[in-house]
Design a protein around this ligand. Structure first.
Ligand code: DX5
Ligand code: ZN
Length: 223
């Protein structure tokens, strides 16, 4: 199943409720929430308090992308704030598998992300244990960057590995994605598409989301 996940990082922070409503009305089912700690990445965004506040605005699926060091310290806070899926970075955990188990202990969906320079093979031992894998298509830290083309191959490597083992996993891609390049990612095997600038900075988010879904439907996994 294909999902479009607008990243709130590109929204107008002075009008969050209206911004969330705008992308929900435009046909997005997920809301991607980028939490940055100023240590794992050189940027600081928002935390559980803000997520808890916007939880009242929408029933969209809250896809919380934690770009924080040793995220196991804060999982309970994001559970209470209303997350539906929690993603931690492979590079930020001493023991990613134990963090996945911790997330699952709250009956929450768990995902692990890899930054562009991290080999996707590191996810192989985790794949049977996680609900979603996130392949970063830019260096984590900022919205509005250009997609790094070399990351696309990682998506197809992971999709093939999963299919060969009969594992039906969600593969999310994040960074520099728009209606113009989404086909390259879906044909590589991605099915959850994060887009910040392409959706929130558009005056016609409905059209952009429609174009993304259309391009994805015409370009399924090639094998
Ligand atoms: C980057 C974040 C992304 C970012 C995507 O660290 O994880 O989710 O907001 O923004 P765009 O789509 O503008 O590249
Ligand atoms: Zn993200």
């Amino acid at each position: 199943m294909l999902y479009i996940a607008p990243s709130l990082l590109a929204a107008d922070f002075a009008n969050l409720a209206a911004e969330i409503n705008r992308v929900e009305q435009a046909g997005a089912q997920y809301l991607h929430l980028d939490v940055m700690d100023g240590a794992f990445v050189p940027n600081i965004t928002f935390g559980p308090e803000l997520i808890s506040a916007i939880r009242k605005c929408t029933n969209m699926i809250f896809d919380v992308h934690l770009m924080i060091k040793r995220p196991e310290r804060y999982i309970d806070r994001f559970v209470k704030a209303g997350a539906d899926i929690i993603t931690v970075h492979y590079e930020a955990c001493e023991n990613p598998m134990s963090v996945v188990h911790l997330i699952h202990s709250y009956e929450m969906k768990a995902a692990v992300a890899v930054s562009p320079k991290t080999p996707v093979e590191h996810l192989f031992p985790l794949i049977e244990h996680i609900d979603m894998a996130l392949i970063m298509t830019v260096e984590p830290g900022f919205g509005g960057q250009s997609l790094i083309p070399e990351t696309i191959e990682k998506v197809s490597t992971l999709r093939r590995y999963a299919l060969e083992r009969g594992i039906d996993i969600d593969i999310e891609v994040d960074g520099g994605i728009s209606e113009k390049n989404v086909a390259e990612l879906t044909s590589a095997g991605a099915n959850i598409i994060v887009a910040g600038s392409a959706i929130f900075k558009s005056k016609k988010p409905r059209k952009v989301i429609h174009q993304m879904k259309d391009a994805a439907a015409k370009n399924p996994f090639k094998g």
